[in-house]
Design a protein around this ligand. Structure first.
Ligand code: 13P
Length: 296
């Protein structure tokens, strides 16, 4: 068997964008959650991105996470990338690369444009030298990310001309995250997605686009964003809620249960159901071989 397990995300995202399907990027919580993400992808023969928030790394440490994900990736025949989600700290990025992450995100979106561009280019030089993929962001995606909060109505759409200038010196960027009106967390109102801006960006920039704030978007919104060039679709809030609800459901059903493993199984099944649903929603079921470049 040809192993296509552990990969960098750039090449598979390019293939996904060209064929207009989305690769799910779930924010893992613990070993059990990483298992639900990777085994869910394997069940559907789908490429997958396991991404990690900085606070989750601070909780578990670099080495355990890299070891879990790489070990699980070796047991499946689908492409798996390990990605660092929103991070503005070059030291954390360096440590992830050293620990074995296959891609990282530098989020300089709270900086003035010129500074975000300059810092992103510095990190790009680091990731290119290490053979690791980079995601970079401009504009402001609404909602909570790690401990940073951007009110939904003060989220700022990416500026088209700035997008062109931003990526100019980073031709091999694995994925670009311009703010297009989506937000992290549950939506309070209807998200106003700037489809026109997204289409203009993908028509001019040959880099796959990341869709942040996947929780709560409708099938139609996923379809339109993926058709317009979003190749990486991020899901965090939904997964976190399922982690908690999966535990509570077992406790409610069996209030006297003293054995812990059924709780872990309940969480696993609740999280995995979402993984399967989202992979199907993004059109990437059955795309493992395509994403790995094994078929046209
Ligand atoms: P949600 O929490 O809205 O699913 O967004 C996830 C995300 O974009 C992570 O970067």
């Amino acid at each position: 068997m040809e192993i296509m397990a552990f990969v960098t995300m750039g090449p598979m995202l390019k293939r996904a964008q060209a064929a207009r399907y989305g690769i799910a990027a779930f924010n893992m919580i613990d070993y059990n959650s990483a298992r639900s993400i990777i085994e869910g992808a394997a069940d559907l023969q789908a490429p997958i991105i396991v991404q990690v928030s900085v606070k989750t790394i601070k909780h578990w440490g670099y080495k355990p996470i890299a070891t879990w994900v790489r070990m699980m990736a070796e047991d499946v025949d689908v492409p798996v990338a390990l990605h660092l989600d929103h991070c503005s700290d070059a030291d954390v990025i360096r440590r992830c690369i050293d620990a074995g992450w296959s891609s990282v995100m530098f989020d300089g979106s709270s900086l003035p444009f010129a500074e975000n561009k300059a810092r992103s280019e510095e990190i790009y030089a680091m990731t290119e030298a290490a053979g690791v993929g980079l995601e970079a962001e401009i504009g402001a995606i609404g909602g909570v990310e790690d401990d940073k909060f951007v009110a939904e109505d003060s989220a700022i759409l990416a500026d088209y001309d700035e997008c062109l200038a931003f990526v100019k010196n980073m031709p091999n960027l694995a994925v670009f995250a311009p703010a297009i009106g989506t937000a992290h967390g549950f939506y309070k109102g209807q998200p106003k997605i700037a489809y026109g801006l997204l289409e203009k960006i993908t028509a001019a920039i040959p880099i796959p686009i990341a869709l942040h704030g996947g929780t709560g978007l409708s099938q139609e919104q996923f379809d339109r964003c993926i058709a317009a060039g979003c190749a990486k679709v991020n899901i965090s809030t939904m997964h976190k809620h399922r982690f908690i609800e999966g535990f509570i459901a077992v406790r409610t059903e069996k209030p006297k249960l003293e054995e812990p493993l059924p709780f872990i199984t309940g969480q696993y099944e609740a999280m995995k159901k979402d993984v399967l649903d989202m992979i199907r929603a993004f059109g990437s079921a059955g795309k493992a071989a395509h994403a790995a470049g094994r078929e046209g």
